[in-house]
Write a protein that binds this ligand. Structure first.
Ligand code: HEM
Length: 459
């Protein structure tokens, strides 16, 4: 739907051109350090910027909340996911809900939505706490003060939660393989996106393609196992997989093909664990670096839970726990950028945008915008009191995206994080080993780079 009148396009302003950050400089910086590139671009050229990267290929960075709202929500029908993003990601996710577009996407989204309804998610609270308990039992068996890799532990935890809540499957034995396969696949996808369209098709046996196929093979075999085991089991399941398997096309009455089912399950498995693992790892990093916040968290846990494990009903009162997670998602949004492409020309906040323009929305930069966030680099959960949230524009904070394609797993992710933080923090103090420089790795999901060594101290 084009909602801008052509008279608007005639009077619209042109966006500033990032002269010192265009051409080869842009390409090099975007490949080596995209977070600094986008932050610097906003600081130097503002919120509406045109970047000339390759001859004939411009792209636009929009960081002002009203512009984000325009693209993701109010004028979302004029924007699609671009091929530079879709073509590589389809290699991993196939035609699942994350990568499909148009009517097909809408059908899949309608089909999946009920599984993520608040009422349905609530029933998952006990399963989440059980998964955390299982991890803590493993930690309990270690001597006090043992060392762990935070990212690795959180991937294990969130994979077991995703397996149990979405597919009623125990993925504990596959956690390391799946976690590694996801990272290897993301690395190759990132390379393909950065070099699109100058990339070899998957059938060419380059090192990258071999790495990707190996990773995808591991993921496919885990997914196939989940589906086969379910088919063997005739009992009804009210989880996400059950809903997908029971779904029937309104016109043909046919169920989903095996291929489609595999794509949806893989999408959910990957999207459902990797983002939550990253944000939980960042949460422990932030808590270790901010002892006063951690002390306040412990006060809340003492007064609300007093040593008991949290239940669904407790989450309403675990407000500070939630604020800590919100603030972590502000500074380290796992989905740190969202690419889009205009279908028709448009005018955004008075600025002209041509047809087919490639747009980069950037959570990382908007979440650190000095107009909306005082001392933006500082970790301060108090920013997320209800009053403070109300005082800011809606799209100054969008870790889960927005509009029709807003994250389908948002409620599940928030519930999982709140319960995991509360359950773990009551039992363990997690401290970063000294002397580590922890920096974000934006290869795909924003994870801490490399190993994050921490010690576990029983409380
Ligand atoms: C902290 C955790 C999470 C974050 C920050 C996050 C972030 C996002 C964002 C920003 C999008 C929009 C992408 C776009 O429009 O370009 C998205 C979409 C999606 N997310 Fe999440 N996500 C999280 C957890 C989850 C979980 C737990 C699940 C599933 C169990 C999930 C499944 C999906 C799916 C399927 C989509 C595609 C939806 C569609 O296009 O209709 N996510 N997520």
């Amino acid at each position: 739907m084009m909602t801008t009148a052509s008279s608007d396009t005639k009077t619209a302003k042109y966006m500033s051109v990032a002269t010192s950050r265009s051409g080869l400089t842009a390409i090099k910086q975007l490949k080596s350090d995209p977070l600094s590139y986008y932050m610097g671009n906003r600081a130097d050229y503002g919120d509406y910027v045109r970047i000339k990267s390759l001859p004939g290929f411009d792209f636009y960075t929009l960081t002002y909340p009203t512009a984000v709202e325009h693209v993701l929500q109010t004028h979302q029908k004029n924007y699609r996911k671009p091929d530079v993003f879709l073509k590589p990601t389809i290699l991993l996710f196939g035609n699942g809900i994350f990568t499909s577009e148009g009517d097909f996407w809408m059908k899949q989204r309608r089909l999946s939505q009920p599984a993520f309804h608040r009422n349905h998610i609530g029933a998952m609270a006990n399963i989440i706490v059980e998964c955390v308990e299982k991890m803590l039992a493993r930690w309990d068996a270690k001597p006090d003060g043992s060392q762990i890799d935070l990212q690795h532990e959180m991937v294990h935890l969130t994979l077991s939660v995703a397996g149990r809540t979405l597919f009623s499957a125990d993925l504990t034995d596959h956690a390391t393989d799946v976690g590694n396969a996801v990272r290897e696949a993301f690395e190759v996808l990132n390379h393909k996106m950065n070099n699109y369209p100058f990339v070899f098709p998957l059938w060419v046996p380059t090192r990258d393609n071999k790495q990707f196929k190996h990773a995808k093979g591991i993921l496919d075999s885990v997914i196939t196992k989940i589906i086969l085991e379910r088919r063997k089991n005739s009992q009804p399941h009210h989880d996400f997989l059950g809903m997908l398997m029971d779904a029937r096309d309104e016109e043909t009455g046919r169920g989903m093909s095996d291929e489609q089912l595999k794509d949806e399950v893989l999408t959910l498995l990957v999207a459902g664990h990797d983002t939550v693992a990253a944000s939980l790892a960042w949460t422990w990093i932030m808590l270790s670096k901010h002892p006063h916040v951690r002390a306040q968290l412990h006060d809340e846990l003492k007064s609300v839970l007093d040593g008991c494990n949290p239940q669904l009903a407790d989450t309403e009162r675990l407000t500070y726990t939630k604020m800590i997670f919100d603030e972590t998602l502000r500074l380290y949004p796992p989905a740190w950028g969202q690419p889009r492409q205009s279908i028709d020309e448009d005018v955004i906040d008075g600025y002209y945008l041509p047809k087919n323009a490639f747009i980069s929305l950037n959570q990382y930069t908007t979440h650190r915008h000095p107009e909306f966030w005082e001392r933006p680099e500082e970790f301060d959960p108090e920013r997320f009191t209800p009053e403070k949230i109300k005082s800011r524009p809606r799209f100054s904070y969008f870790p889960f995206g927005g509009g029709a394609r807003v994250c389908i797993g948002q409620n599940l992710a928030l519930l999982e994080a709140q319960l995991a933080i509360a359950t773990i923090a009551q039992r363990y103090q997690i401290d970063l080993m000294p002397g580590q420089e922890i920096v974000p790795d934006p290869t795909f999901t924003l994870i801490p780079r490399g190993l994050v060594s921490a010690t576990l101290k029983r409380r």
